[in-house]
Design a protein around this ligand. Sequence first.
Ligand code: NI
Ligand code: MN
Length: 243
Amino acid sequence: MLPFISYIGKYQNAHYMKTTYLGHSCILMETKGKSILFDPFISGNPLAGHIDINEIKPDYILISHAHQDHVLDVEAIASNSGAKIISNYEIFSYYNEKGFDGHPLNHGGKANFDFGTVKYVNAIHSSVFPDGSYGGNPGGFVIWNEECSIYFAGDTALSMDMKLIPMLCPALDLAILPIGDNFTMDHREALLAAEFVKCDQILACHFDTFGPIEVNNKEEVINLFEQKGKTLHLPSIGDKIEW
Ligand code: NI
Ligand code: MN
């Protein structure tokens, strides 16, 4: 049961942005009365057994890349909700051929939606669907409207390209960064990423789900960010934060 569903639409005109952490890299963002779901991987996440995907009815699903731990629940949630899929051209086309609606982007491009502007930005990673279909090149998203500006990095290494984000997009209120190492950057590099994108509020993702990305020294990790004047939020699954 996810009680936040009842809030959607209620704050249509308030200056307000909320995130709900649904495990791994799956985050539900609410802004301007719309709900935007990133990288749905819930039913396959052993840590997220208490989250019912049937309760999640976003207006949009944003997909950073085609790996299973980012797309597993896309079809179920999009079927249930009619959510539009926003991703790179190849991922959009993959779902469009299955009858799902949405919008394709490619790196460096942006488009306007009823909840704000979405820009697809570089990530250093790989991207292939579980069935072997080509998933294009992986990316991240910067999303902004008159109320907030956020960066969802997706799975990525630390990259110099992140320095372009503050030059091209409004000042960030929040950066959602992977910290788990092994498949992405670790927390030390995520701290550098936070400096590159000039953001002080960081929501961590892509940690603890599998053995190789477990973060055991959480207090140390949080302190490291604190020493640089940044706040790292290491959410538990289900945590809601208003920004
Ligand atoms: Ni990946
Ligand atoms: Mn991943």
